[in-house]
Design a binder for this molecule. Structure first.
Ligand SMILES: *C/C=C(C)/C=C/C=C(C)/C=C/C1=C(C)CCCC1(C)C
Length: 241
């Protein structure tokens, strides 16, 4: 029989100690609020910046919908919604690459840079999914490959072509690019940490086990909403001068 129960979270008591469930709920509300904020602000921007702010809103909106499903999945099964998690990332991380590309376009960024970043992020995420969901006995190997792709992304934006374009653009774009670089270096580093807390590997004896979902939920809130706000304030500043 088909299960028509849309809101498992309403069918049972939420325990005050359910920190994972709590962060799923708060994450869902925060993503919805951020999306409303970005979408409703669109009218104040001219064409050049509207697309960037629109993409910020799409990122948090896609996440809001996935968080809605993830919080219900958690309420129903008390298991990590790994599938929804990675579908969300596969859609939103390439959109973050689009954001980098859009703000660097003023300095002459080529589409090749965009595809390179998207390719690297897909390698990072697909190998991560294999480590968590398909072949967890080799989690550390998949995590290592994923981590290498992550470092190439970090290199590309901090020292590679993207950083040179940002330097050439100067001004507000350079300042915003720098902040986004810190998001990728520090904010994104929470994800591999969460991965190591949630999978078994040589690192388990050092780190122990923890809630992969709490780590991912905190990281998503910082990275998706914070990243979007950096773009938003870049658009506000650039419009003034
Ligand atoms: C909005 C979602 C974002 C910004 C997700 C980012 C995800 C990562 C940077 C994930 C990275 C991983 C590694 C570097 C190694 C272990 C496997 C992953 C996929 C968790």
């Amino acid at each position: 029989m088909t299960n028509f129960m849309l809101f498992p979270s309403l069918m049972r008591e939420m325990l005050p100690t359910d920190y994972v469930g709590f962060t799923f709920f708060v994450g869902c509300m925060a993503m919805m609020a951020a999306s409303a904020f970005f979408f409703l602000s669109l009218n104040q921007f001219d064409k050049k910046w509207r697309t960037s702010v629109l993409v910020s809103g799409l990122i948090t909106f896609i996440a809001a919908v996935h968080y809605f499903y993830m919080k219900e999945y958690w309420a129903e099964f008390s298991k990590s919604p790994t599938f929804f998690r990675y579908v969300d990332w596969i859609l939103t991380v390439p959109l973050m690459c689009v954001e980098f590309y859009l703000i660097l376009k003023v300095a002459g960024a080529k589409q090749g840079l965009l595809w390179k970043m998207i390719f690297l992020s897909l390698v990072m995420l697909v190998t991560g999914y294999f480590g968590e969901a398909v072949d967890p006995t080799n989690a550390w190997i998949w995590g290592l490959v994923s981590g290498i792709a992550y470092f190439v992304i970090v290199y590309e934006i901090w020292l590679g072509e993207a950083s040179k374009l940002a330097a050439a653009a100067g001004g507000n774009v350079l300042a915003a690019h720098k902040i986004l670089c810190w998001f990728v270096l520090v904010g994104w580093a929470i994800y591999p940490l969460g991965y190591m807390l949630g999978t078994d590997g040589w690192y388990t004896s050092i780190l122990g086990k923890g809630s992969v979902d709490v780590a991912y939920n905190i990281a998503d809130a910082i990275n998706k909403i914070g990243f979007g706000l950096v773009i938003y304030s870049l658009a506000v500043k650039s419009q003034k001068d």
